[in-house]
Write a protein that binds this ligand. Structure first.
Ligand code: URA
Length: 290
């Protein structure tokens, strides 16, 4: 449901009002109870040429401290940041795992449960489509972005715009097809003007993302960008300090890299992103595009 600018301003005021009251989560499924996540080990990788169209760009200058690094786009209040929850802390891992042949149906059941969601303010902020996720329900590798943009909102699929084209190239460079991975976002509804999701929106929505992760049971995940990293890990740290090692998120080895939209704005960082993907490839035993 699209709404005019004036109600959007009011909506923003409500989000900030609830945030100041300490309300950071509008919805929690009954199965979601607290548990604590774990830290990660370090993996090092060798750097090689990027095959295919996702080409490493020679670094013409020293990598700069970027907005992606400093999280300057993501400006939730410090009080809210202090209450960030990692996805591991959202809920214990399910005691029984869904068998591979049943995962597609189980994911569909989660989609049905989400319904025409009105659990958080994004439902009233102009979203047209709920962008659930896309890909192989049995994927070994899952990518998590920030939230749908205009193209995704129109098509109901994650990463189908310009960022999506670059992500497809990154996946191809790893030696995989897009259909072989699973792709989802921190929030399933487009934030107005492509702003970063607020904690109240992310905390509300990631309970479904947690269930998608638990169902697909990927071996590895890649968090795309600082916002995805912040909400998956439950920490607000510069992206640069999170790269280069795996973090455990819901039992899944998770690498952090730059968001494709950021790489489109600053292609010099593609080489750095490729190093992150190579770390994942080495751990997965992938040789990359032939
Ligand atoms: N950016 C994201 O973070 N997710 C999408 O699905 C598209 C663009």
């Amino acid at each position: 449901m699209a709404v005019a600018a004036e109600p959007l301003v009011q909506l923003r005021a409500y989000v900030e009002y609830y945030r100041d009251l300490g309300v950071l989560d509008f919805y929690r499924t009954r199965t979601m109870e607290a548990s604590v996540g774990t830290e990660a080990e370090t993996v090092s990788v060798a750097s090689t040429e990027i095959p295919g169209t996702f080409q490493a760009q020679p670094l013409l200058v020293e990598p700069t401290v970027s907005s992606e690094d400093t999280l300057s786009r993501t400006v939730p209040a410090e009080s809210a940041i202090a209450k960030l929850l990692s996805l591991s802390a959202l809920a214990p891992l399910p005691p029984v795992r869904v068998a591979a042949p049943d995962r597609a149906a189980a994911l569909e059941a989660v989609r049905v449960e989400i319904g025409d969601c009105t659990r958080c303010p994004l439902a009233y902020a102009g979203r047209r489509t709920i962008v659930f996720g896309d890909g192989d329900p049995r994927a070994r590798l899952m990518f998590v972005g920030e939230g749908p943009g205009a193209d995704e909102d129109a098509q109901g699929l994650p990463f189908v715009g310009k960022s999506g084209q670059l992500l497809n190239n990154m996946i191809a460079a790893m030696g995989l097809a897009r259909e072989q991975v699973y792709i989802a976002n921190i929030v399933k509804c487009r934030p107005p003007a492509n702003r970063a999701p607020e904690p109240i929106e992310a905390n509300t929505c990631t309970q479904f993302l947690a269930r998608q992760i638990d169902l697909v049971q990927p071996e590895f995940m890649v968090a795309l960008g600082a916002t995805a990293a912040m909400y998956l890990l439950g920490v607000k740290q510069p992206l640069a300090s999170l790269r280069g090692r795996f973090h455990e998120v819901r039992g899944v080895q998770t690498a952090i890299t730059y968001h494709p939209a950021f790489l489109l704005r600053d292609p010099r960082q593609k080489g750095e992103a490729w190093k992150d993907l190579q770390m994942v490839m080495a751990a997965m035993g992938l040789k990359g595009k032939a």
